[in-house]
Design a binder for this molecule. Structure first.
Ligand SMILES: Cc1ncc(COP(=O)(O)O)c(C=O)c1O
Length: 442
């Protein structure tokens, strides 16, 4: 498997795989980085970061999935909540403890944390001024490169988050068609148009219809009900399993027949399932698509991409953000694309994911713990527990063994998960499951 040792600087990376850094002698290295080197502002023996966070951050963390309750299942669960450094797939908490991370920051990182060529590109961009009166030339370069690798992309608009990119895609579809009704399946971020959370004005989602995943009759019924008002179908193409190809293909046919736009939310699948996302994998080409997460390996960048006619609807509506084209994230994505151009990163991610899934299945079976299964696909897999209590305890025990798994959602393989790391994950999970079995038996 290529790249397995990339983040272990003592081993030679695959010669064919690693893009050449502009100034290799200046690359940050694992040796330069250690959890201790980057000390938190105050050593946490004296600081309860969880309590301080709860006092000043209304949810306890600005990213919902990083709240203690989201990480482990309860606010008072045992386990690290704040990090001071991350490199490869290793995370150092504020006390200097090292963990192997299976979550990879909600899938926003597919190479590894602090990947040297990405970091170098970011440092160069920051050093030269991150923003200016003018657009960064990298915006044009990166847009051209995305048009080369994403099947539906003829034009690109950059934004910062997945939610912005999906919202922009829906806005473009509505502006282009002059219609309102959107049919959707998936999580598209926190914005009003697809949310029924408190605080969203009544009626906002009246023109947004939710359909179940991979259900052709439900899709057809929703399209029939929308009639001539259908602006778009937006789908998250992979939700814990691959859909039947017929589902997305039928969505394509129905959009064509109705004169509506088909939108793929490739925020998770882009640069992971395939570089160009589910559309590259399935050969079903949408009109618009949203990308984010792994595209910039942890730097804030998203993009709405699509057919020229649809994208040009941007001229009659308004989609813009002050920092949409800031340089560092564009540079990071450029470095990520270098990787994808040199080798099949997504194949490697799948191979690593398969190995991890097989390891998990083996240790679960060997431990004799019941009520837990391995789900998902190789590129993004999850542990599913029958009870929240069992899940919480396993996550606490695994953290105690030095491995962080995602609660109730995907673990994401990264190139940084090399053979040694896979073995560490397996050993830690094995110990945690055995401890769990013993606790449950007592
Ligand atoms: C499929 C999908 N779309 C959109 C989003 C929203 O992205 P962000 O959190 O960057 O706004 C997410 C986030 O997890 C996602 O998984």
């Amino acid at each position: 498997m290529p790249f397995r040792k990339f983040f272990d600087r003592s081993d030679k990376p695959s010669a064919s795989a690693e893009p050449e850094a502009a100034e290799p002698e200046q690359e940050p290295s694992d040796e330069e980085f250690s959890g201790e080197a980057e000390a938190p502002p105050e050593h946490s023996d004296a600081v309860d970061w969880r309590a301080r966070a709860a006092h000043v951050l209304p949810m306890g963390a600005s990213t919902g999935s990083k709240r203690p309750a989201a990480l482990y299942g309860a606010d008072d669960a045992l386990g690290p909540t704040h990090f001071s450094g991350a490199v490869g797939c290793r995370v150092f908490d504020v006390d200097g403890n090292e963990y192997v991370d299976c979550t990879m920051a909600l899938g926003s990182v597919a190479l590894g944390y602090a990947e040297p060529t990405v970091t170098r590109a970011v440092i160069d961009a920051a050093t030269n001024g991150n923003v200016a009166a003018l657009s960064d030339y990298r915006e044009v370069e990166l847009a051209e490169r995305l048009c080369d690798v994403i099947p539906c992309a003829e034009m690109v608009q950059f934004l910062k988050t997945g939610a912005e990119a999906t919202s922009a895609a829906v806005r473009l579809a509505r502006a282009y068609t002059g219609r309102d009704v959107v049919i959707g399946c998936g999580y598209f971020g926190w914005h009003d148009w697809s949310s029924s959370a408190p605080g969203v004005p009544t009626g906002t989602t009246a023109r947004y219809k939710v359909i179940p995943f991979d259900d052709v009759p439900a899709l057809e019924a929703a399209v029939a009900a929308a009639g001539t008002e259908l602006a778009a179908i937006i789908i998250e193409p992979v939700i814990e399993r691959m859909p039947l190809p017929r589902w997305a293909a039928r969505a394509r046919e129905l959009c064509d027949a109705a004169g509506a736009a088909l939108i793929f939310d490739e925020v998770k699948t882009g640069f992971r399932l395939s570089t160009g996302g589910y559309q590259e994998h399935s050969k079903i080409t949408p009109d618009l698509a949203a990308f984010g997460k792994a595209m910039a390996n942890g730097y804030p960048l998203s993009a709405v991409v699509g057919k020229r006619a649809l994208m040009e609807a941007a001229r009659k509506t308004w989609i813009s953000s002050t920092l949409a084209s800031e340089s560092t994230a564009l540079a990071a994505a450029g470095a990520v694309l270098d990787w994808h151009e040199k080798a099949d990163i997504c194949d490697s991610l799948a191979a690593i994911g398969l190995e991890l899934r097989e390891s998990m299945n083996a240790v679960i079976k060997a431990s004799g713990v019941g009520g837990v299964t391995v789900d998902g696909i190789d590129h993004m897999w999850l542990l599913r527990f029958d009870t929240p209590a069992r899940e919480r305890r396993f996550l606490e025990l695994a953290a105690g063994q030095g491995v962080l798994f995602k609660r109730g959602a995907y673990n994401f393989p990264a190139i940084a998960h090399d053979n040694d790391i896979v073995q560490r994950i397996e050993a830690a999970a094995n110990a945690a499951f055995i401890e769990l079995r013993e606790e449950e038996a007592s």
